[in-house]
Design a protein around this ligand. Structure first.
Ligand code: NAG
Ligand code: NAG
Ligand code: NAG
Ligand code: NAG
Ligand code: NAG
Ligand code: NAG
Length: 200
């Protein structure tokens, strides 16, 4: 897999992933209940787990970029805990939620003071991404209690929100300023679902 190819996505994530350093310091009791088949104990085991996991997603380059950033947040910051697929699922959904929240903030900034006629589409998108953040946060709560069915339902719901946002512009015949964001968000959701599926 080409790291060069992933580098542009990588850059997008750099600023987004910093809150993830908190993840690995949270209580892990719930996670021990998970039937984790693969356990990573060292940095290279972790890399192996990440590539094997990403290889089972539809957008493996995006997947690799997601975890490359959290490279230093997993094994290096938590010697008491081996990285599991459950951890990767959490990190993936968390990154997706961060991306949705960042997208909401960007839309709010564009809308601020604007009286453009595509404003209604943007307002709709703001609502869609607000809902997506809520759904993804609920899915993380469900993941912590290993309720994978609920995780699946919530992440799937968030995934359709980006399509609704993009479709709004198409319906009005105006070009969407959010196409790239909607596409990347869709891929992040798709990958998260694929990773969660590995836990079931
Ligand atoms: C991590 O995995 C190694 C072997 O793969 C094992 O010896 C070690 O006890 C594990 N650490 C934890 C905290 O489970
Ligand atoms: C992904 O899986 C396919 C077959 O399942 C294998 O041929 C390929 O080498 C794998 N790639 C990585 C990066 O693990
Ligand atoms: C991942 O960790 C290795 C070893 O600590 C480090 O050399 C590398 O730069 C890190 N990669 C990223 C993207 O942080
Ligand atoms: C990501 O996870 C951390 C740790 O649980 C949490 O504090 C943060 O709010 C999450 N990010 C989003 C966007 O939900
Ligand atoms: C969204 O994230 C980018 C970096 O990926 C950052 O430059 C930008 O300030 C963020 N926007 C908002 C509104 O948070
Ligand atoms: C909207 O614009 C005002 C003034 O231009 C600014 O103070 C405010 O922070 C902006 N709000 C957002 C959400 O960007």
């Amino acid at each position: 897999m080409s790291l060069v190819k992933a580098s542009s996505i990588f850059i997008i994530f750099i600023t987004l992933m910093h809150p993830l350093t908190m993840i690995m310091s949270m209580p892990m009791q719930q996670q021990q209940q998970v039937k984790d088949i693969k356990i990573a104990s060292s940095s290279s085991d972790e890399e192996d787990l990440i590539s094997k996991t990403c290889n089972q997603t539809s957008y493996s380059d995006v997947c690799m970029a997601t975890f490359l950033i959290s490279n230093y947040t997993t094994s290096s910051s938590s010697s008491s805990h081996n990285t599991t697929i459950h951890d990767l699922a959490f990190i993936s959904i968390n990154a997706t939620a961060s991306y949705a929240a960042n997208t909401s903030a960007i839309i709010a900034a564009i809308l601020n003071g604007s009286t453009d006629f595509s404003d209604q589409c943007l307002s709709d998108c703001l609502e869609q991404y607000g809902d997506a953040v809520d759904e993804l946060q609920e899915s993380m709560v469900a993941l912590e209690s290993c309720d994978y069915e609920t995780v699946n339902v919530k992440v799937s719901a968030a995934m359709t929100n980006s399509g609704t946002c993009e479709g709004g512009f198409q319906d009005e015949g105006v070009s969407s300023p959010l196409t790239e964001r909607n596409e990347l968000f869709f891929k992040l959701c798709s990958n998260s679902l694929a990773i969660v599926k590995l836990l079931v």
